[in-house]
Design a binder for this molecule. Structure first.
Ligand SMILES: Cc1cc2nc3c(=O)[nH]c(=O)nc-3n(C[C@H](O)[C@H](O)[C@H](O)COP(=O)(O)O)c2cc1C
Length: 329
């Protein structure tokens, strides 16, 4: 299958693994890229630009296929060394960067001068149009169902994707709630040129996270995520657990007076406890409603091959059959 995204990024299948804190290590990115998708290393999981440079080099040792780096711009009083991160990406010869969070305009000229394609993740059509206007090459349109930060507009992908298709000129991929061949065909029908998955890729053999995390995703249904940090306008969709219950209780009790310091125990430093130690009640970690569609732990290649085979069957057999007058069994 060829789309504007497979051609732009030089990949075999229109499937991207979104940046994920404490998941997007070289092993994850290389496994997805070796399976014909676009794997992505998460820059901010690395403590320094030198560590990121090392992670990029490790990934290159594991794959000769294209892979990307996610650079997330967080609202922060002590920002990470973004110029150092950009330098590590450029010197590492990375060809694709996924940006997310705040406006990436400060890093675009350097990335483009180095021939790097930039895909910006957005949760609103107006943000996608802004990304287009500042020169991003593509956008990842992240619906309300997504794991992580869905923004504050609460528009799910059945509306957001066709709205994006109606407004955008640059190519976009769907993100949030994508899991299988049905997701891919639906995304293409909505006008996307591929799909981005987060949660689904954590439940794979190669995902470098504690087994408890994979089992928690398998055990979860679509009813098991919660939205936290709404009162701080920093909404995050996370998997429910004891830490999240304690956080939500504080949000209820403190109301509009709540400050980040009040919930620091449930949100800061949680990722290594969850992803490395498997302490599943440690606090808030991103997880999408799509957990309800995840029932196994395949390799990345098995997952991507299965998605492409399902998509082909839906398009060539089921849909073409309907057009030919065959009522589905
Ligand atoms: C555990 C986890 C960590 C994530 N960390 C980041 C991150 O650091 N930066 C980012 O841009 N997106 C992050 N995301 C969002 C994903 O890149 C992706 O947009 C999202 O998972 C898509 O929704 P889905 O989980 O329904 O597939 C994270 C998602 C998960 C599940």
């Amino acid at each position: 299958m060829k789309t504007k995204i497979t051609e732009m990024f030089g990949i075999e299948h229109p499937i991207i693994q979104g940046g994920m804190h404490y998941v997007g290590f070289a092993e994850m990115a290389a496994a997805v890229s070796n399976a014909g998708g676009l794997g992505i290393i998460t820059a901010l999981t690395q403590k320094t630009p030198a560590d990121l440079a090392n992670e990029i080099a490790r990934c290159k040792d594991m794959t000769d296929k294209p892979f990307g780096v996610n650079i997330t711009f967080l609202p922060s009083t002590t920002p990470p060394d973004y110029p150092g991160i950009v330098e590590a990406v450029i010197k590492g010869g990375v060809k694709v960067v996924e940006t997310a969070g705040n406006n990436p305009s400060a890093v675009l000229p350097a990335l483009h001068d180095a021939g790097i394609k930039v895909i910006h993740k957005c949760t609103a059509v107006r943000h996608a149009l802004k990304a287009q206007s500042i020169g991003c090459d593509a956008v990842s349109v992240d619906g309300f169902e997504c794991g992580g930060h869905p923004g504050e507009d609460d528009v799910p992908n059945f509306i957001l994707l066709p709205r994006a298709a109606d407004e955008l000129e640059i190519p976009f991929v769907s993100s949030g709630g994508q899991a299988d061949g049905r997701s891919l065909v639906a995304s293409l029908a909505f006008g996307a040129q591929g799909m981005n998955m987060g949660t689904r890729f954590i439940a794979t053999k190669e995902a470098p996270v504690h087994e408890n995390v994979k089992q928690a995703i398998l055990a979860a249904s679509e009813l098991d995520t919660r939205l936290v940090m709404r009162p701080l306008r920093n909404t995050e969709r996370v998997l429910n657990n004891a830490g999240v219950q304690s956080l939500l209780e504080k949000e209820k009790r403190l109301g509009a007076d709540i400050k980040f310091e009040d919930i620091i125990d449930e949100v800061a430093g949680v990722y290594p406890k969850i992803m490395v130690n498997g302490e599943m009640d440690a606090g808030a970690w991103s997880c999408g409603m799509v957990a309800g569609l995840i029932h196994d732990i395949p390799t990345c290649k098995e997952l991507i091959d299965r998605i492409m085979a399902e998509a082909e069957d839906i398009i060539s057999n089921q849909m073409m059959g309907m057009l030919a007058g065959k009522v589905p069994a």
